[in-house]
Ligand binder design. Structure first.
Ligand SMILES: Nc1ncnc2c1ncn2[C@@H]1O[C@H](COP(=O)(O)OP(=O)(O)OP(=O)(O)O)[C@@H](O)[C@H]1O
Length: 302
């Protein structure tokens, strides 16, 4: 399969600090990849390397087989960077028309607005748009490049739930047209619905790389909960996992929820309201980005 993006042991340092540390990542054409990581993990720097904004101190970075700057000039890659502003006083269509002049093979203005779900708002002034609409306009400005690879750096930062939902609907339309999309985010729930692959970064390195389900299962534990009176606790059998009891609810964090449920059901304790929750992405994210994260992921995949 054709490779859209490749980093081969790419390293970027800022003085003493290694922001991206011998990072190797290959993204095939057409994939939608989420780059997940805490503040300072190195996501924006990785995007900067792919856009040719930083030169790697070591290693190699290519986009569609080209040097990043060449790929940018040829309109093969376009990015929605953090905190880019929009010109006030003009309409959405005017901004996109201006933006498209920068690219060698751009889309039509209407096409880009359509992809961003802004067709109806083509003549709305930029300064009269909601946060969500403005963010989708920035997306239209990336889409108009007609690039086959799009990078989105925390595109839904500071958007409300509705704005985020609308933004991702626009992004998915774009992904469905066969483009390669790499987006950086902190929002774990966005990853499950919008990416087919998740690359988790910590300290400039990749600590896990898999489907959202694999990431969720690698680091997280299931939670089995049930109500139980304090007087019944002694009747509970030994359970695989960590049991805590609070306000009449027992909580068992476990890698083996089936066994926990079987043992609880077979025992004599008078419990009620039993429920099982899958591992949470938040728990998994915290575990994977901790010091033992990479080993944890390897173990889960073995
Ligand atoms: N131009 C720069 N000069 C010095 N240090 C920098 C520069 N850009 C980034 N850094 C540092 O490199 C590290 C990685 O930053 P980066 O912005 O890539 O992380 P991030 O994962 O995108 O974080 P965030 O989620 O906060 O945007 C951080 O410690 C940051 O302070």
């Amino acid at each position: 399969m054709e490779t859209a993006i490749a980093l081969e042991r790419a390293t970027k340092r800022f003085g003493e600090l290694t922001a991206v540390d011998a990072l190797t990542l290959e993204v095939p054409r057409g994939a939608t990849v989420a780059l997940l990581g805490a503040n300072g993990a190195g996501k924006s720097t990785t995007v900067g390397l792919l856009m040719g904004l930083h030169a790697p101190d070591a290693g190699r970075v290519t986009v569609a087989g080209l040097a990043p700057r060449t790929a940018v000039v040829q309109g093969r890659i376009a990015a929605m960077l953090q905190d880019c502003g929009l010109m006030p006083g003009v309409t959405a269509a005017e901004v996109v028309a201006l933006g498209r002049r920068m690219y060698p093979a751009p889309l039509h203005v209407e096409e880009a607005l359509e992809l961003a779900g802004l067709r109806e708002l083509a003549h709305r002034r930029v300064d009269r748009m909601s946060g969500g609409q403005a963010q989708r306009l920035k997306f239209a400005l990336v889409a108009v490049a007609g690039a086959d690879t799009m990078l989105l750096d925390e595109p839904t930062r500071a958007l409300d739930v509705q704005g985020r939902r609308e933004f991702w609907a626009a992004m998915r339309t774009c992904a469905a047209s066969g483009r390669t999309i790499l987006f950086a985010t902190h929002y774990l729930d966005e990853v499950e619905e919008n990416a087919d692959r998740v690359v988790v970064m910590a300290r400039g390195r990749i600590v896990a790389d898999g489907t959202p389900a694999q990431i969720r299962e690698a680091g997280g534990q299931s939670v089995v909960r049930f109500r139980i009176p304090a007087t019944e606790l002694a009747q509970l059998p030994e359970l695989p996992g960590r049991l805590t009891v609070e306000h009449g609810w027992a909580t068992v964090r476990t890698a083996d929820p089936d066994t926990v449920v079987r043992l609880v059901a077979r025992g004599d304790a008078a419990w009620s309201d039993l429920r099982v929750a899958p591992p949470s992405l938040d728990d998994s994210f915290l575990a994977l980005t901790g010091p033992t994260g990479p080993a944890l992921f390897e173990e889960a995949r073995a």
